[in-house]
Design a protein around this ligand. Structure first.
Ligand code: UDP
Ligand code: MN
Length: 633
């Protein structure tokens, strides 16, 4: 070999080796004294020098910001078991970027973290200290300043409320007597956000830091799902850099809440993952009950009681009754007062509440259990129904789901605006995935209640094979078991649609429809050419004798000055009321309270529906597409 040639004798070789060793050592020392410079691609906030006065609690771990790059390999943390259904190519590549360790002698403060400096542009610095909620005046002041949209109004109002505020005590007195053990698992709180308002986002972060005991809070991981608002860029990086234990992960693709949460989870190191919306405020003592239940059984998926933060006033409005999370046949989530049967089974008002499903806003789950049971469905888009999928998967595959009354977190319920079309479509797609994966033969019941989902499933034919394989691999039970054991109320017989589908008028050969473009409430029911693709034509005549407007579960056939219109379905009321229709064997639809019949009347270009004395003429005869006689359970 070339290197050996000048030296042919043994001692000479030895000298050469020694020389090499010394040289190596020297190089190593030089390298350690001069670490490589910061990579050039970091945003300015990351290479900024921090003021020496900065104080940090170092026993709480390092503050970090991670950047994501497209061209590098993603490697999961070593202690994590392999993912079962996480499609790594769907997530972004993560490059951990530990910040330089800060001066350890500075700012050690026992007991709590310290906020060093708040960016001066924020309104809340001038805000007077208040306990909670905004005053009437705040609302007026803000709205008088300029014409603001509801969202801007909400943001401006939120900015006037301190980032740190104490919430009123709303827990049951018995909760205050509970003492959590010392050996609870640790939590990683994952907050993902897309263009969240500065103040609501940071109030969430501060409230977690202020309420979660340090011993149990491993970290907060913020996942920026490609926000565009300027303040969420370098100003947020700077702000977060000053908070110990808070990490910021930025995505350079819009992942949606589901996948952004999963991305956060891949970087988490705590024993338990707590997924939380980026506009929450935690009540003292919220975390310990969650951790303690999971410590007792790692397959429990648990949620706090979610209280309301009113978007108009930012007041914290606690729920007073014991509630559980349920789903309906449109696969929408609802809160429901705990039924008597379940209430009786509780040992105390602080006992965990067995819940068919958890809400979407805050949920805690053991990290390994989450990953080993297939996390969230990675093919779900943006957001919606992922909480139902997580819950059903837990119940059906050996776990359980609970709401814990002593754990309370407030969630900002946004203005009543209907969600954007994009969000609605995403939620519908996710529901179809949920139905195709977990509902088995009951998916038809879902499709009957949601004809728009049916059309979507036919048009897009989503591929759920990976999820179905997961289900088989985990040996999960069927949805029938869920209905029989966990939520038998889901399909009470009185609500079972007896007749459904399009409602044909025998005389005119057209179908009942509502032609309003936007506002369906109050819409006059008319006849229009029958069409399978119009969800507005899908109706259900239920065992309660109501005619539900298929696309909108809350709308029912009602009568105003003898004309048939859509109104909100009456929840409770007299035994017989305005919205009751008897579908008689001869095809007549009798409005029970008036005894008159639904008749199609042609006037000018319209074919409206009116009540007329029953005489059995063809324009008073009706037919539904389907007669449902099968017992669904
Ligand atoms: N979110 C996100 N990416 C998205 C949509 C939502 O990161 O594409 C975040 C959002 O900022 C919030 C959470 O996901 O923290 C849940 O969304 P949202 O609060 O709008 O859902 P809701 O509470 O209305 O069901
Ligand atoms: Mn939310």
């Amino acid at each position: 070999m070339r290197l050996r040639r000048p030296c042919r004798h043994g001692p000479c070789r030895l000298q050469f080796l020694l020389l090499l060793l010394m040289l190596g050592g020297l190089l190593l020392m030089v390298a350690m004294r001069h670490p490589p410079p910061h990579p050039q691609h970091l945003p300015p906030a990351q290479v900024m020098e921090h003021s020496p006065e900065a104080g940090y609690r170092l026993d709480f771990g390092e503050s970090q910001e991670w950047v994501l790059e497209d061209d590098q390999e993603y490697s999961p943390l070593e202690d994590l078991p392999p993912f079962i259904s996480l499609r790594e190519d769907q997530l972004l590549v993560v490059v951990p970027h530990p910040r330089a360790r800060r001066n350890q002698s500075q700012g050690r403060r026992g007991g709590s973290y310290r906020l060093i400096q708040q960016p001066s542009r924020r309104l809340d610095e001038e805000a007077p200290e208040r306990d909670w909620g905004a005053e009437e005046d705040d609302y007026r002041d803000v709205s008088e300043e300029e014409e603001l949209s509801p969202l801007r109004l909400e943001q401006a109002l939120s900015a006037r409320i301190p980032l740190q505020r104490a919430l009123p005590e709303v827990r049951h007195p018995l909760c205050l007597q509970q003492r959590p053990g010392d050996s609870l698992p640790t939590a990683s709180v994952i907050l993902c956000f897309h263009d969240e308002a500065w103040s609501t986002l940071l109030r969430t972060v501060h409230s977690v830091l202020d309420t979660a005991p340090r011993a149990f809070l491993k970290e907060i991981i913020l996942v920026d799902d490609l926000s565009e608002q300027g303040q969420l860029k370098s100003a947020l990086s700077e702000y977060v850099a000053r908070l110990e234990g808070v990490k910021l992960l930025r995505s350079n693709k819009r992942l949606g809440a589901v996948r952004a949460r999963m991305l956060g989870a891949t970087r988490a190191t705590g024993d338990v993952l707590v997924f939380m919306d980026s506009h929450c405020e935690c009540h003292p003592g919220w975390l310990e009950p969650l951790l303690s239940r999971i410590a007792g059984d790692r397959s429990r998926v648990v949620s706090p009681v979610i209280d309301v933060i009113d978007w108009k006033t930012f007041r914290y409005e606690p729920s007073t009754d014991l509630q559980r999370g349920v789903l309906d046949w449109k696969l929408d989530f609802h809160w429901e007062p705990l039924p008597e049967r379940e209430r009786k089974g509780l040992r105390s008002p602080t006992s965990p509440i067995r819940s068919p499903v958890v809400p979407g806003g805050v949920v805690a789950i053991d990290r390994h259990y989450f990953q080993n049971t297939g996390a969230y469905d990675p093919l779900m888009s943006l957001q919606g129904a992922e909480n139902l999928e997580l819950s059903l998967k837990a119940w059906l595959c050996g776990g359980s789901v609970e709401i814990l009354p002593c754990s309370r977190v407030g969630h900002l319920y946004r203005s009543q605006d209907t969600p954007s079309t994009l969000d609605q479509e995403a939620a519908l797609q996710n529901k179809v995935r949920l139905a195709e994966t977990w509902l088995g033969s009951f998916k038809d019941t879902f499709y009957r209640h949601s004809p728009e989902a049916f059309s979507l499933s036919k048009a897009e034919q989503p591929d759920c094979t990976e999820r179905q394989q997961l289900q088989r691999r985990l040996g999960c039970r069927t949805f029938h078991w869920f209905l029989a054991h966990i939520y038998p109320e889901l399909y009470p017989s009185e609500r079972r649609p007896r007749f459904s589908g399009k409602l044909h008028n025998t005389g005119l050969g057209f179908c009942a429809d509502c032609r309003a473009d936007r506002e369906l409430l109050g819409c006059a029911v008319v006849l229009a050419p029958c069409s399978d693709s119009r969800w507005q034509q899908h109706l259900e005549h239920t065992g309660r004798k109501e005619i539900h407007f298929g696309g909108m579960q809350h709308l029912c056939f009602d009568v105003q000055q003898e004309q048939v219109i859509l109104q909100n379905c009456t929840k409770e009321g007299p035994a017989i009321h305005q919205q009751h229709w008897d579908f008689q064997g001869n095809g007549m639809l009798v409005h029970i309270i008036s005894g008159k019949c639904m008749e199609a009347i042609v006037q000018e270009n319209n074919k409206d529906l009116y009540l007329r004395p029953c005489d059995g003429k063809a324009s008073q005869l009706w037919q539904f597409d389907q007669v449902n006689t099968v017992d669904e359970r």
